[in-house]
Design a protein around this ligand. Structure first.
Ligand code: UTP
Length: 289
């Protein structure tokens, strides 16, 4: 069985839910405390055994490439002034994994963004981590849990969690039968269903392990919900041809492309920090009083 070493992070979306901030700043670069969102995601990938990463970007996302590139001026300056701790942090970012980029010329949907990774992926199964979904699990990263499930089932694995019924219309929803603890065999999928039409409340949340046959299905996928080429539609037809599983991952997930999700992430990540947590908690207690 092929090992999962490659991952794709689609980050070419317009980020309209986070305007005006995302007009000139990629939403993936908006920091949770002082670390850009996409860096948390890359750290999760690296901690899960990913060695090669492709980020799908667009014309307005240059800051992402700059963030993971060497900054000679800054590093020389930090070295001169003896700021070794922050210098090390900057160097660590670069050495985490090998990152490449490809541009999606037009935001034609998540399915189309993934199709841009075809030649990078080649013939092996690969991971997908969405650029605006952050999952916190200090013991075992979400993607690592999924890779272990892939190694057990040797099939595509969708990362899912149950969402409130009022929110099913925001997600790709799966139906199937439960085959083990936290594990479903997928029979069908639907992208952003109306509440009354959703088969379940089990939602796909930004993490996938996908077999390379997906590319043939993406080629044949017509624009779906919202006029975009939907990854869900291609996964749905792939599931008719191969076994596919949905794994209820363990971890606190934040939709940071959404303002409320971003605020929750900011507060909770700040509270977890050794250098800020205690002081920030005192501050919060003071304003809640
Ligand atoms: P979203 O729908 O959450 O992102 O896409 P968006 O379009 O950027 O945001 P809103 O809804 O306008 O606020 C899920 C993921 O797919 C990527 C996004 O960058 C995000 O990581 N995506 C989406 C692409 O890379 N290309 C696309 O054409 C669409």
């Amino acid at each position: 069985m092929a090992k999962i070493t490659k991952a794709v992070i689609p980050a070419a979306g317009l980020g309209t839910r986070f305007l005006p901030a995302t007009k000139a700043v990629p939403k993936e670069m908006i920091p949770i405390v002082d670390i850009p969102t996409i860096q948390y995601i890359i750290e999760e990938a690296a901690a899960s055994g990913i060695t090669d990463l492709l980020i799908i970007t667009s014309r307005t996302k240059k800051a992402i490439e700059d963030h993971f590139d060497k900054s000679y001026e800054l590093e020389t300056e930090l070295e001169k002034s003896g700021k070794t701790e922050v210098l090390k942090q900057l160097k660590d970012i670069r050495s985490m994994v090998n990152v490449q980029y490809v541009r999606q010329a037009e935001p034609k949907g998540l399915g189309h963004a993934i199709y841009c990774a075809k030649s990078f992926v080649g013939n092996d199964p690969f991971a997908v981590l969405l650029g605006d979904d952050v999952v916190y699990n200090a013991e075992k990263p979400c993607l690592k849990q999924m890779i272990e499930m892939y190694e057990k089932y040797n099939a595509s694995i969708l990362g899912v969690q149950s969402v409130p019924e009022s929110e099913v219309s925001k997600y790709g929803i799966v139906s199937g039968e439960q085959v083990a603890d936290r594990m479903w065999k997928v029979n069908d999928m639907v992208e952003k269903p109306k509440r009354e039409e959703a088969p379940t409340n089990v939602a796909v949340l930004g993490r996938y392990i996908i077999t390379p046959e997906i590319f043939t299905h993406l080629e044949n996928t017509k624009p779906g919900a919202g006029g975009e080429i939907q990854l869900t539609d291609a996964l749905k037809t792939l599931a008719k041809e191969q076994e596919m599983y949905a794994y209820d991952f363990i971890g606190r997930r934040y939709d940071v492309g959404n303002k409320m999700g971003f605020l929750e992430a900011t507060v909770e990540y700040a509270l977890r920090r050794d250098d800020l947590g205690a002081e920030f908690m005192e501050y919060l207690k003071g304003i809640v009083k």
